[in-house]
Write a protein that binds this ligand. Structure first.
Ligand SMILES: [Zn+2]
Ligand SMILES: [Zn+2]
Length: 299
């Protein structure tokens, strides 16, 4: 009993020096099905993200927020912006920081959309955005004042699919995040994302495909606002079974069973005598399967 009391005390003491950094990656690619069918959806998503980001800042004065817009060709930080901070005065009694968040996001997003190519692609560079977010977190981690603890997490909000073309980049990002103790949460707006779901599982994050878009803000506040250490105490949507299929390196398609290079662990859907990744040469299995079995038996 006394032990328990002691631990809670020390946790309270530490928590004053803890900073929570939340990086939100919002998929703003106009090529995704949701936005192609109804471009107004973007406004609703952006408003929900702003309200959600402000709620995160409201929880603690030390909390930090960064928001990225992910497109089909680029990913950019829309908050905090690269340009000079806007001159914000208090409007209607709203806390200036919240007004600043809203203004910066809308101005920067407007710039990105205005410069966007008219050629639509339904694939967003989510893996690239995730690695940029990890670099950003790393920089903040390095520059933080000594003695304070930084808890970082990334939330991906996307309506596009996760293509197996980015499989390698995704896996690199997921395992880097796991090493750096960065939690990756994913909020799928439109379709099931099996690769990103693997990322959530690897980094102990939450994956949720929201049942209806109208309730986006409510789902964000309910599921993704609480810090990861608090989550086990809450009643959250039950975890879904993770689809751990891998994508083959030759065609970038998801495979159930495939060939794995014994040297570099690359995955192939068909046998190839030379591994395209590490150039290891393998013996052809050939039609002499019976003989080779006998040889193996002798060994
Ligand atoms: Zn293949
Ligand atoms: Zn290999």
């Amino acid at each position: 009993m006394s032990l328990e009391l002691e631990t809670t005390k020390s946790e309270d003491f530490v928590s004053t020096d803890e900073i929570s950094l939340l990086v939100i990656i919002l998929d703003t690619n106009p090529g995704q099905r949701l936005l192609r069918e109804n471009p107004q959806t973007l406004t609703q998503c952006v408003d929900s993200i702003i309200a959600f980001g402000n709620s995160h800042l409201m929880q603690k004065s030390q909390n930090k927020l960064a928001i990225m817009a992910c497109h089909s060709k680029t990913s950019e930080f829309i908050y905090p912006g690269a340009s000079k901070t806007l001159d914000i005065r208090q409007i209607d009694g709203q806390y200036e920081v919240f007004t600043l968040v809203e203004r910066t996001i809308k101005t920067n997003l407007h710039k990105i959309i205005a410069t966007e190519n008219t050629i639509l692609s339904n694939e967003s560079l989510l893996a690239g955005a995730l690695s940029m977010a990890l670099c950003y977190i790393h920089r903040i981690q390095r520059n933080k004042p000594p003695g304070c603890k930084l808890n970082s997490r990334i939330l991906v909000v996307t309506g596009s699919g996760d293509s197996a073309f980015q499989y390698m980049s995704y896996m690199n990002v997921f395992f880097t995040a796991q090493k750096q103790n960065v939690v990756i949460d994913v909020c799928a707006l439109d379709q099931h994302l099996s690769l990103l779901q693997q990322g959530c599982d690897i980094t102990n994050g939450l994956y949720l495909k929201i049942p209806q878009l109208q309730g986006l803000l409510q789902y964000l506040l309910w599921v993704f606002l609480p810090e990861p250490p608090i989550r086990p105490k809450l009643v959250l949507p039950p975890p879904v079974k993770v689809d751990y299929r891998a994508a083959c390196f030759c065609h970038r398609e998801m495979v159930d069973i495939g060939y794995v290079c014994s040297v570099c662990l690359s995955i192939f859907c068909k046998f190839s005598p030379i591994c395209t990744t590490c150039h290891t040469v393998f013996k052809m299995p050939g039609p002499l399967a019976v003989k080779s079995k006998k040889k193996k038996m002798k060994l």
